[in-house]
Ligand binder design. Structure first.
Ligand code: ADP
Ligand code: ZN
Length: 623
C-alpha cells in the first residue's frame, strides 16, 4: 500500500541507523507496536542527519516522523507550524505521553515565554513549536542559536506554495534555516499531494538534497459519496440522523451566511452544532474550535477557513453543502475525517446552481487570464469527479498521480453504480433553445427559463417574451425538470455549455456546435430517483482498528468514554489526548485483566499506563 519513492536515488544514509532506539521509543513512549508504512525509513533517515520531504495523507502518521527523531537525536527539535491555536493541544498531547514539549507564540505573556526559553536553553525540551512569523524575529533566532537543535520540522509545508489555498508569506523565509544551520537536518511534511506542490516545496525551502517519501494517498476507511443536491439541509439532516447520530463531524459551506443558517438549522433539529467562519470574532472562533476538539459529538459548520491542522482523530464525517473549488481542496477537507482509521463518510451535495455559481465567480473574478484559466482547470477537475460514473476513489487517486487503482467497493459509484444514457438528443434540444434565446441580445435568461421552455410551461416570463412561439417550446416533455437540470449541469461540467455575466445566462461554446451539428454524441449520467442508499452495504477494506462492538462490549466502551470525558475535563485537555477511541474500543472488546495486559493495547505507552492504568481497570471491574 504505502511505498517510499526515492526519487533522488541518494545513497543509503551515513552511519548505522539506530532503529533499535527508534522502535523502542515508539513502543515505550507512544505505546504502538510497529511503524506504519515508511515511517521507519523516514525516522532512520532523519536520525542519521538527512533531509526529508514527506507527503502522506491526513491521518497517515506524519507527526511520529519528526517526534521520534526528536527523541532519539541530541538537542531540541524545532517544529515550525502555522497553527498557533493548536500548539497548546499538540504540546498537551506530547506531555500526556511524557515527552517534554513547549511552544513560543504571540499568545503568551512574557513570563510564559521566559519559562519556555529557559527550558530550551537548558536542553530541557525535546520539541519546541514555533510559528513561521516567529522565525522572522531576530531575538528568536538569537535564542535558537544559543541552544542545541536536533532537527527542524516544517509542518504543513504546502503553505510555502503561492498557488495553494493556504499560502503563508512567512514560509518563504524558511529557506534561511538551511543557510544559518547547514548541519541540522530538516524534514518538511504535508498532506497536499500534487507533484507541482511537491516541487514547489523542495525549491522554495531549498530542500534540494532531501529524500522524498511519498505515500499512497488512499484513505480506505473514508467512504466517498457525491449526491444530487435537492434540499441540502434536509439531506444533511437525514445523513446525520440515519448514519451519524451522536458523531462529531464537519459541515463545509461556501458562505458565512449559509454557515450561520445551517448551524441554526441543525441546532433547531436537535443536533449540537457550532458555526465557524472568518467573520466571527477571534474569541468566538477560538471557543468554538476548542469545544469541537474537546467535547464529544459536536458538529462544526464552517467555511474552509476551518480545519487545517485539526488533528481530532474521531471526526466521523465531513459533509460539503457546496461544491469545493478544486480536487486538492476537497481532498484536504474530506481527509479530516477518520484519522483514527475507523469508518467515516465524506459526503457532498452538488447541483446545477453550484456549477453556475462557480463558473460565474471565475468569469467575474479579478486577476489575469492565466489566473482565471487556472481556476477553471481546477473547477473542471472537480466537476469531472462529481459527474464520473467510475469509482470516485480511483479517479481521486489518479488525479494525484497514482496509477492502476482498482475500483474500491467503498464509494457511491462502486456501491450503487450509476446508469448512463445517450443524452445527445436532449443536449441538442437544450442547446438549440439556448441558441434561440441568445439571439435576443439584451435579455438574460438562466437555466430555469430554458427548462421551462422545453417543458412547455406558461410562466409569466415565457408569456411576456412570447417564448411559447419558439420552435423548441414544449419539445422536452420526455424528461422531468430534475432530469433537465441534470442535463444542463452535465453540459456545463463538460464545457458544452457556458454561463455568462452576473446573471448566469446560458451561452453556447465552441464545442456546442459539434453537438448541434451531430458530430459529437453526449453520454450523460442518469439522475437517481432518490438518494443512493449510502452505507447500506458495510464499508469494506476499512482500516478499522476494531470492528463494530459486540453487545457486551458496547456498554463498556460507553463507560470508558464517560470516564475519559470526565478525566479530560478535569485536566483541561481534549478527550483524545487521554486515549483515542480506537484504544478504548480495543480495551472494551477484549478487557485486560491486569496492567501488563493493558500495556499491550495499542496507544497505551508507559506514561499513560502509569497515569491511567488503575483507573481503567477500575472502570472495567465496576458494573
Ligand atoms: P497526520 O499528521 O499524518 O495527519 P498523525 O501523525 O496525527 O497523522 O497520526 C494519525 C493517527 O495515527 C494518530 O492517531 C496517531 O497516533 C496514529 N499513528 C501514527 N503512527 C502510528 C503507528 N505506527 N501505529 C499506530 N498508530 C499510529
Ligand atoms: Zn469506489
Amino acid at each position: 500500500m504505502v511505498s517510499p519513492t526515492d526519487e533522488r536515488t541518494t545513497s543509503a544514509p551515513a552511519g548505522s541507523p539506530p532503529t533499535g532506539d527508534a522502535l523502542d521509543v515508539l513502543r515505550r513512549v507512544f505505546g504502538y507496536d510497529a511503524f506504519r508504512g515508511f515511517q521507519q525509513d523516514v525516522v532512520e533517515h532523519v536520525v542519521s542527519g538527512g533531509d526529508a520531504l514527506v507527503l502522506m495523507p491526513t491521518g497517515g502518521g506524519k507527526s511520529l516522523c519528526y517526534q521520534i527523531p526528536a527523541l532519539v537525536r541530541d538537542g531540541v527539535a524545532v517544529v515550525v507550524s502555522p497553527l498557533i491555536a493548536l500548539m497548546q493541544d499538540q504540546v498537551d498531547a506530547l506531555t500526556a505521553v511524557g515527552v517534554r514539549a513547549g511552544f513560543l507564540n504571540s499568545t503568551q505573556d512574557p513570563a510564559q515565554r521566559r519559562r519556555v526559553e529557559a527550558a530550551y536553553l537548558a536542553g530541557e525540551l525535546d520539541l519546541l513549536y514555533l510559528a513561521p512569523e516567529g522565525l522572522a524575529v531576530r531575538s528568536t533566532l538569537g535564542l535558537l542559536e544559543r541552544g542545541r537543535i536536533a532537527l527542524f520540522a516544517i509542518d504543513e509545508a504546502h503553505c510555502v506554495s503561492q498557488w495553494g489555498h493556504d499560502f503563508r508569506p512567512d514560509y518563504l523565509n524558511l529557506s534561511m534555516l538551511h543557510e544559518r544551520w547547514p548541519d541540522v537536518p530538516r524534514i518538511a511534511l504535508t498532506a497536499t499531494a500534487t507533484r507541482a506542490t511537491r516541487t514547489e516545496i523542495a525549491t522554495r525551502l531549498r530542500l534540494t538534497e532531501a529524500r522524498h517519501f511519498v505515500a499512497s494517498f488512499d484513505r480506505p476507511n473514508i467512504q466517498y459519496r457525491i449526491v444530487p443536491k435537492r434540499e441540502p439541509r434536509r439531506q444533511l439532516l437525514s445523513l446525520l440522523r440515519d448514519e451519524h447520530p451522536g458523531d462529531a463531524g464537519i459541515v463545509y459551506c461556501l458562505s458565512r451566511a449559509s454557515v450561520e443558517k445551517t448551524a441554526e438549522f441543525l441546532v433547531a433539529n436537535g443536533i449540537p452544532a457550532l458555526p465557524y467562519h472568518a467573520g466571527l470574532d477571534a474569541t468566538t472562533r477560538a471557543t468554538n474550535q476548542q469545544r469541537f476538539l474537546r467535547e464529544d459529538g459536536l458538529v462544526m459548520v464552517a467555511t474552509i477557513a476551518f480545519g487545517m491542522g485539526i488533528d481530532k482523530p474521531d471526526v466521523r464525517f465531513v459533509a460539503h453543502l457546496d461544491l469545493p473549488k478544486s480536487v486538492e481542496g476537497y481532498y484536504q477537507e474530506t481527509g479530516r475525517a477518520g484519522r483514527d482509521g475507523l469508518p467515516s463518510t465524506a459526503w457532498l451535495a452538488y447541483g446545477l446552481q453550484d456549477v453556475v455559481q462557480q463558473r460565474k465567480m471565475i468569469e467575474t473574478s479579478e486577476g489575469d487570464l492565466a489566473h482565471r484559466r487556472n481556476l477553471a482547470a481546477h473547477l473542471d477537475a472537480m466537476l469531472a469527479l462529481c459527474e464520473t460514473v467510475r469509482c470516485r476513489r480511483a479517479q481521486l487517486l489518479e488525479y494525484f498521480g497514482e496509477t492502476g487503482v482498482a475500483a474500491c467497493g467503498n464509494c457511491d459509484t462502486c456501491l450503487d453504480p450509476p446508469e448512463s444514457w445517450d443524452g445527445t438528443v436532449a443536449a441538442q434540444k437544450l442547446l438549440s433553445t439556448v441558441y434561440r434565446l441568445d439571439r435576443e441580445r439584451n435579455q438574460r435568461f438562466g437555466a430555469g427559463h430554458s427548462i421551462d421552455i422545453l417543458l412547455g410551461k406558461h410562466t409569466d416570463k415565457i408569456d411576456q417574451h412570447g417564448h411559447d412561439s419558439l420552435s423548441t417550446f414544449g419539445i422536452g416533455a420526455e424528461l422531468r425538470e430534475t432530469e433537465w437540470r441534470g442535463v444542463v449541469r452535465q453540459l456545463l461540467a463538460e464545457g458544452l455549455l457556458a454561463v455568462e455575466g452576473d446573471y448566469g445566462t446560458l451561452a453556447l461554446t465552441e464545442a456546442s456546435a459539434d453537438v448541434l451539428g451531430r458530430r459529437r454524441t453526449v453520454t450523460l449520467r442518469k439522475e437517481p430517483e432518490r438518494p443512493a442508499a449510502g452505507r447500506s452495504a458495510k464499508p469494506r477494506g476499512a482500516a478499522t482498528v476494531v470492528a463494530d462492538l459486540s453487545p457486551a462490549a458496547a456498554p463498556v466502551f460507553e463507560r470508558l468514554r464517560a470516564w475519559r470525558a470526565a478525566t479530560a475535563k478535569e485536566q483541561g485537555v481534549p478527550a483524545y489526548v487521554i486515549f483515542h477511541d480506537a484504544t478504548l474500543r480495543q480495551i472494551a472488546a477484549e478487557p485486560p485483566a491486569s496492567l501488563a495486559e493493558l500495556s499491550r493495547v495499542s496507544g497505551v505507552g508507559e506514561n499513560k499506563l502509569a497515569k491511567y492504568g488503575d483507573a481503567i481497570l477500575a472502570v472495567l471491574t465496576e458494573s
